[in-house]
Design a protein around this ligand. Sequence first.
Ligand SMILES: Nc1nc2c(c(=O)[nH]1)N[C@H]1C(S)=C(S)[C@@H](COP(=O)(O)O)O[C@H]1N2
Ligand SMILES: [Mo]
Length: 318
Amino acid sequence: MPSLRIHALAVALALPLLLPTTSRAGETPSRPAQLTLAGALDRGGIVTAARMQALPVVTSAGRTPASPAYIGASLWSLLDQAGLQIDTTQRNDLLNRYAVVTGADGQRAVFSLGELSPHFGNRPGLVAYAESVRGAASPLREAGAVQVIASGDVQGGRHVPWPVRVEVRRSASTLPDPGDVISSAVRVSGAVRRPGTFDLAALRALPAVTQRVGGETYTGVSLWYLLNTTLGLATDPAIRNHAQGMYVVATGSDGGKAVVSLGEIDPAGGNQPDIVAYLVNGAPIEIEGFARLILPNDGRPTRFVSNLVALEVFVARP
Ligand SMILES: Nc1nc2c(c(=O)[nH]1)N[C@H]1C(S)=C(S)[C@@H](COP(=O)(O)O)O[C@H]1N2
Ligand SMILES: [Mo]
């Protein structure tokens, strides 16, 4: 609605009051927490008002007409503007990277760059600096001048009040190129309680799910079910929303990798219907190995790791 956009711009113009306008070293912060961009970025550093204002204003509708809509910039645009560093010697290196958002209370939320990128997941996240109730916009007052929200997540999804740091990293997977074979089993390891190796028979023994992507019908096992129910995520119950700070790396037999954040697939988060597929149109996948990762809502199939050999679950380190 146009009125919301005008209000959003008015709030954006008031941003210098909310965010630091300079980033001089040694300056005492006027607020208890500032948002800093760090890691594999050409232009990291403090997120100033000028930086936020340079980005397109986006809004995220509230759950009901009475609940607040959030106003801000997309997390993707903020990171993209800061110059994402990509190793061009690695194929699709962007998809082997993630951003971890840390709140002032230490809470962490992981976003894969694949889910944020408009070319792949196109769920760009929101760095909100204002809210709007029934068309009247005002700066965020509670829980920090900005908040990071996965606007596509369902209730209970990733939401970091008072974010102090967004760090971009390559995944922690160190699996070498396994030798470009036709895969016949996938090893699931890392932060799961019952790590194991699954061949075709083991996958077929789990509940089957079907997803249509483009013109194809894929049959397989829900990635969330496999990790959370079959293997058991090794979450720490003392850490609130611990799974939000975790991610899984799929590796193919040619060394191709893709990161999926657990927040993407958690039914209480992004609720994405991603599967480990072993049939395409009712027939074995074969040439692409015995199994392949399928992310039905990705705009292109680059994360559809074929000849799957490994799924490694990681907790993003602090
Ligand atoms: N293991 C592995 N999987 C991979 C790739 C790869 O190089 N290695 N390429 C990806 C890319 S870039 C694309 S476009 C799709 C192609 O899948 P399709 O042949 O089903 O279209 O596979 C994806 N899966
Ligand atoms: Mo591709």
